[in-house]
Design a protein around this ligand. Structure first.
Ligand SMILES: Nc1nc2c(ncn2[C@@H]2O[C@H](COP(=O)(O)OP(=O)(O)OP(=O)(O)O)[C@@H](O)[C@H]2O)c(=O)[nH]1
Ligand SMILES: [Mg+2]
Length: 501
């Protein structure tokens, strides 16, 4: 049994549950001021004579209850010890509540009125976080690695910038070293509980895991911590969804999103809060889930049909192109290296470019005439990123498949990137996965205007590439010469074709 009591001592709710748990109803109150408490305290029974559980405490924090008490019920039905706790002012994010020493129920002796007024004043005074805007995603990022080293650092930075690109406020980043991810909670139960406490203290509403979550991990996590948990794939998909402009781009992203969430639409719906839906209850979620699944399936079928049509159209364009024998050069490379800018400079076009990951989702093709009477088609590509999740690869297969037709790949590398060699490896991996690592490839070291000349030329020499600044058309002359030479002169004029192992 549980009761929710307001400041005047009026009982607002009476809750009957099972021997294991009660479920707190949705509290239909206005959103409380960040510094404020709910104005309700929860008093409930524990039949097992145990103290407050982690769930009790996190529920108190989440609902900002004035206080929480668990009263142990003895074998003979009489009240035993009373276990109390209350929230603390925001000072230390690892200590957000205080658990009181248990006392026999009849000896609870708190002048509640004075106590709660004082506590709330102090909480308001020490409130540091500004109240988040509605709809704002405030996340804690979680990275788990068997070894924490330089590449972990680079990956973590990239992960943070991906979150920023999705418009998410990153409150904290947790890097945990463990031999292998916990099969249930990725980070292990203790660590996850700790993270949850931080999340409650910082008013986070999202956990983002750097690695892919299995559907069962996603479920275990959300049932332990009652906060949305997503993984890097979903994060990238979210960025894609924001960027997609054309019909084709939108279809591809939506399809990938649907397929991804379909595999997760099993069992408990994480969208149903434990607090609102009840601990361990089945209930209303079940049927809604079925409807969701059916709708998603229908939508997937429709979108797949549409992709097939688009695929046919693309193939037609390709055959036509091949028939006329116009060679294709594809610009590839890590995201945000300046591929689209280079396409624009080379062909005097105005494809969208921006300083953010995945600015291009709907790649364009442009014609380019060389001085020596040669015409080619240059295509832009979706940017690459390390560990491109399979679901995303599948979504962009249509686009990536065009790379197979390319006679030459221009791999754009960002000279201002302190980790450019690490990124070149990632690009190599992706090309390998697409089975086109052996294609003739020219490395184009871009953004020379923002980098020391010597460094740029050393790199270009080491990798047999060219140095350009896509912002400056004059700097493209050596690149154009190399491309011309590739098509008109000796086929193997110094091109890495392309692996040196
Ligand atoms: N300083 C400098 N910045 C450049 C140069 N070329 C591109 N940029 C900048 O780099 C950023 C990314 O350029 P994009 O052309 O959008 O890069 P992209 O490789 O197409 O990126 P995605 O499509 O997002 O993968 C933009 O802010 C460009 O202005 C250059 O030569 N010098
Ligand atoms: Mg681009």
């Amino acid at each position: 049994m549980g009761v929710l009591v307001d400041r005047l001592g009026t009982i607002e709710y009476v809750i009957a549950g099972t021997s294991g748990a009660i479920s707190i109803p949705e509290l239909h109150r206005k959103r409380i001021h960040p510094g404020r408490l709910q104005g309700l305290r929860l008093i409930h029974t524990h039949l097992d004579e145990e103290g407050l559980s982690f769930e009790d405490l996190t529920d108190m924090a989440k609902l900002r209850l004035d206080m929480i008490y668990a009263i142990a019920v003895r074998e003979n039905g009489t009240p035993g010890l009373a276990y109390g706790a209350h929230l603390l002012p925001a000072e230390d994010t690892s200590r957000i509540w205080k658990v009181l020493d248990p006392v026999p129920t009849f000896l609870i002796d708190i002048p509640f009125d004075a106590f709660i007024r004082e506590l709330e004043d102090e909480i308001t005074r020490k409130q540091t976080s500004i109240s988040p805007e509605a709809g704002e995603d405030r996340a804690i990022l979680i990275v788990v690695r068997s070894a924490v080293n330089e590449s972990t650092r680079i990956d973590t930075l990239e992960f943070q910038s991906l979150a920023a690109a999705a418009g998410i406020t990153v409150l904290d980043t947790v890097v945990q070293k463990r031999p292998r991810p916990d099969p249930k909670y990725v980070v292990g139960k203790g660590k996850l509980s700790e993270i949850y406490i931080t999340a409650l203290a910082k008013d986070a509403n999202l956990l983002i895991f750097d690695q892919e979550l299995t559907p069962s991990q996603a479920r275990s996590i959300t049932s332990l911590v009652d906060i949305r948990a997503i993984d890097r794939t979903q994060l990238i998909l979210d960025i894609f969804a924001r960027r997609a402009r054309t019909r084709e781009g939108k279809i591809q992203v939506e399809l990938a999103q649907l397929k991804y969430s379909m595999s997760r639409l099993v069992g408990k719906n994480p969208a149903l809060s434990r607090l609102a839906g009840g601990i361990g209850t089945r209930g209303p979620g079940e049927t809604k889930l079925e409807i969701d699944r059916r709708r998603a399936k229908e939508r997937i079928e429709r979108l797949e049909k549409e992709t097939r049509q688009i695929g046919r159209k693309r193939r037609l364009t390709r055959t036509r192109r091949n028939r006329f024998g116009i060679p294709v050069i594809s610009i590839i490379g890590y995201t945000n290296t300046g591929k689209s800018t280079l396409l624009n400079s080379l062909t005097r076009s105005r494809v969208f470019t921006a300083d953010m990951p995945f600015a291009t989702l709907d790649p364009s093709s442009k014609r380019l005439r060389f001085p020596r009477d040669l015409e080619v088609i240059i295509t832009d590509t979706v940017g690459f990123i390390r560990d491109l999740p399979d679901d995303l690869k599948a979504a962009f297969m249509a686009t990536l498949e065009e790379l197979r037709d390319a006679r030459l790949l221009l791999e754009v590398i960002d000279l201002t990137d302190p980790h450019l060699e690490y990124r070149m490896q990632a690009v190599d991996e992706i090309l390998k996965g697409l089975d086109i690592r052996e294609k003739p490839r020219l490395k184009v070291f871009n953004k020379s205007d923002a980098c020391e000349k010597e460094i740029a030329h050393d790199l270009a020499q080491r990798y047999g590439g060219v140095v350009v600044s896509a912002h400056n058309r004059n700097s493209l002359v050596p690149l154009i010469k190399r491309m011309e030479a590739f098509f008109l002169d000796d086929r193997d004029s110094g091109f890495s074709s392309s692996v040196r192992e």
